[in-house]
Design a protein around this ligand. Structure first.
Ligand SMILES: [Zn+2]
Length: 440
């Protein structure tokens, strides 16, 4: 994923003090450097750590959830019946437990950097410290944030913004930093968005928001403001090179031009879009326009290879044309483009001298065809999954070795997470029984 997208057969990476010093043919490296430790993978793919550019760690607590609900018929009902009652049920212990289990799952599947947005009106102030503690325990690199929304009140929105500002301002500890997160244009007023954007820019922080994921967002803006979603966000001044927009499913050509002009980044979450049945984002058109598009999971399916495969396939089907989305394009989305979205393209996203040693090694269990520089993209996009990830290194520190975490006990994490889930689902049932969707 360097500038030339070089792939080296029998290659090596030389690392010192957590940074990449040299990348090249192994024979050449062995002559020039005398490493203290050598990790050898004769049958492995050595590549940059994967980037999950949009996630909700707490989404992992919904896996297999016994929800006792009439199934939602569209995305709006999914928010009303599932996501918002879950948000209401979340407390700071759940935030910690989910951050621990979800970051561990991402780590084991080859993710070395993710961008998380937590939501929960009853767990705002101080919650990001709990999430940070969990992520640091696992050892991953992450941008974390609280999803500000005025769904209940202006005051709720301001508290969310302040939690982000507090966390962005405090000195970085470990590999975790803060960003500004806003829910979506249909739960926020112009005034709050303006305020949050201005304060975030003063601190040089990234700003992230869900954009036209479902039609509700678009209809809300058309009805209230006479503007499409991106027209409104452009007028308010949110769009810029520091803006990371999740989804952008319901955007037209004019909005794509606007996104390109304003230099925003987009995060595509194909499996979440399928689950919520919201539609298919015009990603090929965005790439064609020169917009930086990264890949996320939106809190659903924490194995990045599944979203890589979905991004590779869904646009071929939608266009009924197999030429759309090449293996290289989707692997760029999952690595260097994700790094660029968060201003980290000089630090991570590729294996190049000077960058942080955030490296993964994949050892496919079955290799029915030769694995070399000509075939490696085909293996990665069509066959590899998170279970094939053997080694994960962040800043030179091996966090996963032979598929097992080095720092953390899996059983302990499962215990913490399952303990929190039992209580969370109980609170969810009590809240959803009282729910009057006409008030939402
Ligand atoms: Zn999301």
């Amino acid at each position: 994923m360097d500038g030339e997208r070089k792939i080296i057969d029998r290659g090596g990476v030389y690392v010192e003090n957590g940074r990449i010093v040299a990348v090249g043919p192994l024979d050449y490296l062995k002559n020039d450097y005398k490493p203290e430790t050598v990790l050898e993978f004769p049958d492995g793919i050595v590549m940059p750590g994967l980037v999950c550019a949009h996630t909700h760690l707490y989404g992992i607590l919904l896996r297999g959830g016994r929800l006792h609900l009439p199934p939602p018929t569209d995305f709006t009902q999914s928010l009303q019946r599932i996501w918002w009652p879950i948000d209401e049920s979340m407390n700071v212990e759940d935030a910690y437990a989910s951050a621990l289990s979800a970051s561990l799952e991402m780590l084991l599947n080859g993710v070395t950097f993710f961008a998380d947005t937590f939501s929960g009106p009853n767990a705002i102030s101080g919650v990001l410290d709990n999430i940070e503690r969990a992520v640091n325990k696992v050892g991953l690199r992450a941008a974390i944030s609280f999803e500000a929304t005025e769904r209940h009140s202006r005051e709720e929105g301001l508290r969310g913004v302040e939690e982000n500002l507090r966390f962005i301002r405090r000195r970085a500890r470990g590999r975790v930093f803060g960003m500004m997160s806003l829910h979506a244009s249909f739960t926020l007023t112009d005034e709050l968005i303006e305020y949050a954007v201005e304060k975030a820019r003063e601190l040089g922080a990234k700003i992230t928001i869900h954009v036209s994921e479902g039609l509700w967002d678009l209809y809300h803006n058309m009805e209230r403001y006479g503007e499409r979603t991106l027209e409104r966000l452009h007028r308010i001044g949110l769009l810029g090179e520091d803006a990371v927009l999740a989804h952008a499913v319901h955007v037209n050509d004019d909005e794509i031009s606007l996104m390109k002009k304003d230099g925003v980044h987009v995060v595509h979450n194909p499996l979440s879009n399928m689950l919520n049945a919201v539609g298919i984002a015009p990603i090929p058109e965005m790439l064609e326009a020169g917009i930086n598009v990264a890949l996320g999971n939106d809190g659903y399916i924490f194995d990045p290879f599944e979203n890589i495969r979905a991004a590779f396939l869904i646009h071929k089907l939608a266009k009924r044309d197999p030429r759309y989305m090449t293996p290289l394009q989707v692997l760029e989305m999952a690595t260097i483009n994700g790094a660029r979205a968060y201003g980290l393209e000089e630090e991570i996203g590729s294996l190049e001298p000077g960058k942080s040693a955030d490296i993964i090694v994949i050892r496919p269990k079955l290799v029915p065809t030769p694995l070399n520089s000509e075939t490696v993209y085909g293996h990665l996009v069509n066959a590899v999954d998170g279970g094939d990830v053997d080694t994960v290194i962040v800043e030179g520190e091996p966090l996963v070795s032979r598929g097992m975490p080095t720092r953390i006990d899996v059983e302990e994490v499962n215990g913490i997470s399952q303990g929190a889930v039992e209580k969370l689902w109980g609170r969810f049932h009590r809240i959803s029984e009282q729910l009057d969707v006409t008030e939402l």
